[in-house]
Each structure stands twice: as structure tokens, then as C-alpha cells.
Design a protein around this ligand. Structure first.
Ligand code: NDP
Ligand code: GDR
Length: 359
């Protein structure tokens, strides 16, 4: 049985990847952070499955306390587990928050990656353990070529992007210096019903569902014109695995090759909730109005603007398509919104009925 170690297993991607690898027959080890309240909601279902399975056979999911800022912990875990594959997904992953926490973001996202690569070397596993690094389209930042591919120059626009550029290069450097199988997946935005609630897509789907249910008045957003290449997280975790199964260690862009605006995403989400939106006004005075009632449902709040914005991202997944035989268009944006809205409409109804029972 192959062993995989996932950092960031409690996150959106970590939870989908853990499911995927367990399904493939892996023994999956995950690093979780100590927290004052439970932070394992996204993987609880897997853990319960495992407790049941444990009665009959060997457990396939094992969780360990750890942190990307703690070298000795990482060394000890790599030494104990001796994984065949490591997926480094742990990160302070919020771009806007990285402007408030630049030093912590660098510690976790940049130096954390170095700590993990060093842990593998210290344990003498550099020739056997394959490493996946969660790189990002934020490396392109102020884009210098459209669409962006593996050879497009980088110009990050946030402390997050800058930390991730260090992680990108140190991964590549360890591959070149020590002949390690260490690769970067340059993933463009990918979303799901498990997406964190402060990222724009989930913020919109939750708000649309709650507004339709009557439990939220309005949605406040930042840059409505921002353009992103959004895919479905469940489709993207397969690529992480495919990259580590490839004959040679190479970096890949993972994207759909299709781009949409925050404004269009909002229209789709509200439509799924039965609300048609029309736009009135310009710039920060632009508003999303319900066509039927004339009520203002979406407003711009400048507090969500970033000190430096990434206005447009569009990936070219040709290399992944041809070399990994991966289909970038398995889930369209319209299908993705439907998946997220189905989940969030149920959630909003549940929240409402709980609230009503206390009234
Ligand atoms: P999430 O924010 O959902 O998950 C991040 C994970 O990292 C969580 O498990 C979190 O733990 C963990 N983590 C954060 N800080 C530390 C730390 N100091 N030590 C250990 N663990 C830590 O991110 P996603 O799942 O969306 O993304 C996964 C990775 O892919 C990230 O590295 C992200 O930067 C990158 N990426 C994501 C893209 C996307 O569109 N989703 C696109 C491109 C790259 P906890 O639950 O305790 O907070
Ligand atoms: P991003 O995702 O910064 O691309 O990083 P996010 O969903 O936060 O923002 C996307 C775009 O939407 C604009 N926007 C808003 N964003 C948020 N969060 N909240 C708002 O209210 C809002 N209004 C408009 C933003 O300005 C931006 O242009 C994500 C993360 O998952 C990173 O970890 C990952 O590396 C990149 O995607 C690829």
C-alpha cells in the first residue's frame, strides 16, 4: 500500500485529495493544526468511515498534529511516516489576508515549503519520496501574456503571491540541485461546495441562497470586474496525483481555459436561487438589483478592494491535456455554480429552520 502525506488536509483541496487517494488504495496521512475548536469538518465523513473500517481492517486515514512553521515536527513526521508521496497544500491561502499577515504568510507558504523539502532530505528520502507543491496562478499577477502557460513570466501582486513564488522556485531548485521528484502544479482558481466562505465564489453562493431564504438582506462585494478562470476543485485534485505519476518531474498549468467576471458569477448564482439580477450605476456605485422587486441586493464596498489587484487570469491547460491526458472542461462554470448553489440552498434552509425553532 502506497503512503501519502497531505499537508493542509483540512482545507478544500486536502479533503477532496484525501478522498481521491483513499479511493485509489493509499494509506493517507494528514497534518492538522491544533485549534481551540474543531477544524476537521471537511474530513469528518472520511474519519467516521475509517472508524467503521477500523473494526474490520487497517485504517487508511491517519491524522497528525503539525504546523508548517515547526521544522522539528515536520522532520519527525516525515521520518515516522516515510511517505511515497507528499502533497504540500498547507498555506495561508487568502490573498487579501496576506496583506494583513505578510510575515506569517511568508513563514507558512514560503519557508514552510523549504522546511518540508529539507525534512525529506534530512530523512534521506530525496531519491524516493515524490513531492507536489501547490503553486498558483497568483504567480502571474500582473499578466504579461494571455493566456498564461508554463513559460509565461511571473509578476506577483500580493505577499501571498510573493511567498508562493519562493515556494515555486525552491521546489524547482531542489529538483535541479538534488535530483528530487518535486513538481509545481500551477493551479488556477478552483472552487466547490467546500470552498472557504470568504473566497468570492462561496461568499456569493451562500449570500444568494440566504437572500432567497430571507435570512440575509444584501451582499457586499469588492471588484466586480475581476476576471478569473474558475474550475471545480474535485476535478483538479486528480491532476495533483497525475503529476506525481508522470515519468519525469515537470511543472504544469491546470486551468479550464475559460474566463468569467465576478459580476457574471453573481448573476448565475442568484439565477439558481430564482432571482434575476440587473446592474445599475457605475464604478463603486454599481448595484445589483432584483429585476422583479427593484430591491438592491448587491453593493460594492471598497473595503474588499486589495492594495494591488490581479485583474485578469486565464490559463492555458494544453500541456496538462496532452501530457497528463487530463480533461480541463469536465465541469463548466454553469455546472459548478449549480453544484455550489444546491449545497448552499440546503444549508440556508437548514440554518433558517434552526433559527425559527428558537424564535
Ligand atoms: P484552504 O485555505 O481551504 O486550506 C488551507 C489548508 O492549509 C488548511 O488545511 C489549513 O489548516 C492549512 N494550513 C494553513 N496554515 C497552516 C500552517 N501554518 N501549518 C499547517 N497547515 C496550515 O486552501 P485550498 O484547499 O483552497 O488550497 C490548497 C492549496 O492550494 C493552498 O496552498 C493554496 O494556496 C493553493 N492554491 C489554491 C487554489 C484554489 O483556487 N483553491 C489555486 C491555486 C493554489 P486549517 O484548516 O487549520 O486552517
Ligand atoms: P483569489 O480568490 O484572490 O483569486 O485567490 P478570491 O475568491 O478571494 O478573489 C477572486 C477575485 O474576486 C474579487 N472580489 C472579491 N474577493 C473576495 N475574497 N471577497 C469579495 O468580497 C470580493 N469581491 C470581489 C477579488 O478582488 C479577486 O479579484 C484564490 C485563492 O484560493 C488563492 O489561494 C489561490 O492561489 C488563487 O485563488 C488562485
Amino acid at each position: 500500500m502506497k503512503k501519502a502525506l497531505i499537508t493542509g488536509i483540512t482545507g478544500q483541496d486536502g479533503s477532496f485529495l484525501a478522498e481521491f487517494l483513499i479511493e485509489k488504495g493509499y494509506e493517507v496521512h494528514g497534518i492538522i493544526r491544533r485549534s481551540s475548536s474543531f477544524n476537521t469538518e471537511r474530513i469528518e465523513h472520511l474519519y467516521i468511515d475509517e472508524l467503521i473500517r477500523d473494526l474490520h481492517s487497517k485504517r487508511k486515514l491517519k491524522l497528525h498534529y503539525g504546523d508548517m512553521t515547526d521544522s522539528s515536527n515536520l522532520i519527525r513526521l516525515v521520518q515516522q511516516i516515510r511517505p511515497d508521496e507528499i502533497y504540500n497544500l498547507a498555506a495561508q491561502s487568502h490573498v487579501k489576508v496576506s496583506f494583513d499577515l505578510p510575515e506569517y504568510t511568508a513563514e507558512t507558504d514560503a519557508v514552510g515549503t523549504l522546511r518540508l523539502l529539507e525534512a525529506v532530505r534530512i530523512c534521506g528520502l530525496e531519491k524516493t519520496t515524490r513531492i507536489y507543491q501547490a503553486s498558483t496562478s497568483e504567480l502571474y499577477g500582473k499578466v504579461r501574456e494571455i493566456p498564461q502557460k508554463e513559460t509565461t513570466p511571473f509578476h506577483p501582486r500580493s505577499p501571498y503571491g510573493v511567498a508562493k513564488i519562493y515556494a515555486f522556485w525552491i521546489t524547482k531548485n531542489y529538483r535541479e540541485s538534488y535530483d528530487m521528484f518535486a513538481v509545481n502544479g500551477i493551479l488556477f482558481n478552483h472552487e466547490s461546495e467546500r470552498r472557504g466562505e470568504t473566497f468570492v465564489t462561496r461568499k456569493i453562493t451562500l449570500a444568494a441562497a440566504r437572500i432567497a431564504e430571507g435570512t440575509q438582506e444584501k451582499l457586499y462585494l469588492g471588484n466586480l470586474n475581476s476576471l478569473r478562470d474558475w474550475g471545480y476543485a474535485k476535478d483538479y485534485v486528480e491532476c495533483m496525483w497525475l503529476m506525481l505519476q508522470h515519468d519525469t518531474p515537470e511543472d504544469f498549468v491546470i486551468a479550464t481555459g475559460v474566463q468569467h467576471s465576478v459580476r457574471y458569477f453573481s448573476e448565475l448564482a442568484f439565477k439558481e436561487a430564482g432571482i434575476d439580477i440587473e446592474w445599475q450605476g457605475e464604478g463603486i456605485d454599481e448595484k445589483g438589483i432584483c429585476k422583479k422587486t427593484g430591491k438592491v441586493l448587491i453593493e460594492v464596498d471598497p473595503k474588499y478592494f486589495r492594495p494591488a489587484e490581479v485583474e485578469t487570469l486565464l490559463g492555458d491547460p494544453t500541456k496538462a491535456k496532452s501530457m497528463l491526458n487530463w480533461n480541463p472542461n469536465r465541469t463548466s462554470l454553469e455546472e459548478l455554480v449549480k453544484i455550489m448553489m444546491k449545497n448552499d440552498i440546503q444549508l440556508a434552509k437548514r440554518e433558517h429552520s434552526i433559527k425559527k425553532s428558537f424564535d
